[in-house]
Design a protein around this ligand. Structure first.
Ligand code: DNO
Length: 413
């Protein structure tokens, strides 16, 4: 029998809680041992109590269908995400209160034995796509960000004041033609895809609410947003360090400003800046190959090589930029597309090896990794799935990544 190398990443899987159509029992069969989850029902900004955390942890870690209950073989390894309230990002009037609440949630999670928290600092919207059912050559469905469709939403559906000045004339014309070709239902669908909230984004808006919240950023440019991020880090990182929690900021997706809003976690130099703001092992990032990989100027393997010791969590997926439009992309199969997954995996395992030599253990050694997103394929196509989070599509992703990892790790031993 092949024995597992001791250079490996913890295989994790995102689970949206008891309502997720992909069940914990399915995840066990997919071979993951780490669960990535959140208390999605708690409104942004409120404290996560120990009681609520422990109740969810019990569901994940104990199989209660047998008596007496047995360990399920899964552990709640990462919280994705504890959302950062908008007032923290804009330095609004509730900032101090929301930071105190955030600290308390960190302390409570630490007390309950959680070791990693993923979060993001994207203004208003979390990850954004325009098409949730883009059919690729093999007939499966992928998520897609179409820059023309996005501009059509912003210019002609939302009609954001000043938006036309942020686009080239060519883009405005493309967007107009695109918009004119949409039926009423297609317009509603595009709007919903963008502002009704993708899984895990926690917030959804009507058009009027959306413009209102965009307006709260009128005086927040990239420099101010960075300052607000650093202020947040200065407050929460020492608390996380003491609580035994490793914070992992997630990069912007897509990794560039949208809707006139700044985005400050898009590039290697953004990451360097935020790491330098507070020097602590608790101040790390999520190496999300798919999000960073959308930009051609992000050197993924280089990021892992240079900043590897600050990687606290990993998302592996690939994207493919459209040949005719550098800002349009879809999500490719995990080992295809623009991401050099072999190079990224190899660099990650080299990092694990260094950590092993340095005597690290647990999550600090076997960094949790989840297959990020997956196509809707086979039986997924007949089921209701969370966009990007289908069972079989991710199973394929994890299986491919696991094989890649094993091949590389064996070669390194
Ligand atoms: C999308 C996810 C993001 C991510 C958050 C982290 O699939 O990668 O929603 O969870 O940005 O805070």
């Amino acid at each position: 029998m092949m024995t597992k190398s001791d250079i490996y990443l913890e295989q994790a899987w995102r689970w949206f809680g008891p309502k997720d159509p992909v069940k914990l029992a399915d995840i066990r069969q997919a071979g993951a041992t780490g669960i990535v989850s959140a208390l999605h029902e708690i409104p942004n900004g409120e404290v996560w109590t120990e009681e609520a955390i422990l109740a969810r942890k019990k569901i994940i870690e104990w199989n209660e269908t047998v008596t007496p209950a047995q360990p399920s073989g899964l552990r709640w390894s990462v919280v994705e995400s504890v959302p950062v309230h908008e007032h923290i990002k804009t330095a609004g009037k509730g900032r101090e209160k929301y930071i105190e609440n955030y600290k308390q949630s960190i302390i409570n999670l630490g007390r309950c034995g959680i070791d990693t928290i993923c979060y993001n600092f994207m203004p208003v919207l979390d990850w954004t796509r325009t098409d949730l059912n883009y059919v690729v050559a093999d007939g499966s469905e992928a998520l897609r960000f179409d820059a023309v469709a996005f501009a059509a939403f912003e210019l002609f559906i939302l009609q954001r004041p000043g938006a036309d000045k942020t686009y080239s004339l060519e883009r405005v014309q493309q967007a107009e033609a695109y918009y004119k070709g949409l039926t009423g239902d297609e317009k509603i669908k595009l709007q919903n895809n963008i502002i009704a909230g993708l899984p895990g984004s926690e917030e959804s808006f009507t058009l009027a609410e959306f413009q209102q919240i965009l307006d709260t950023y009128q005086t927040v440019d990239a420099a101010t947003l960075k300052e607000n991020l650093f202020y947040f880090l200065q407050q929460v990182i020492p608390v996380a360090e003491k609580a035994g929690i490793r914070m992992a900021i997630h990069p912007d997706d897509p990794p560039r400003p949208i809707l006139g809003l700044p985005r400050v976690v898009s590039t290697e130099s953004d990451i360097q800046d935020l790491l330098a703001a507070v020097d602590s092992p608790a101040n790390g990032f999520t190496m999300c190959a798919g999000s960073f990989g959308v930009r051609e100027d992000n050197d993924l393997v280089g990021i892992v090589k240079r900043l590897g010791r600050k990687i606290n969590f990993i998302h592996l997926r690939s994207t493919e930029r459209a040949k005719t439009d550098a800002e349009t992309f879809h999500e490719a199969n995990h080992l295809e597309g623009d991401v050099d997954m072999y190079g990224v995996m190899r660099a990650l395992l080299q990092e694990v090896k260094l950590r092993k030599e340095a005597g690290k253990t647990g999550a600090a050694l076997h960094i949790p990794m989840r297959p990020d997103h997956g196509h809707r394929m086979l039986d997924d196509l007949h089921k209701i799935t969370n966009p990007g989070y289908s069972g079989i599509g991710r199973l394929r992703g994890l299986a491919e990544l696991r094989g890649l990892e094993m091949g590389i790790a064996k070669g390194m031993a």
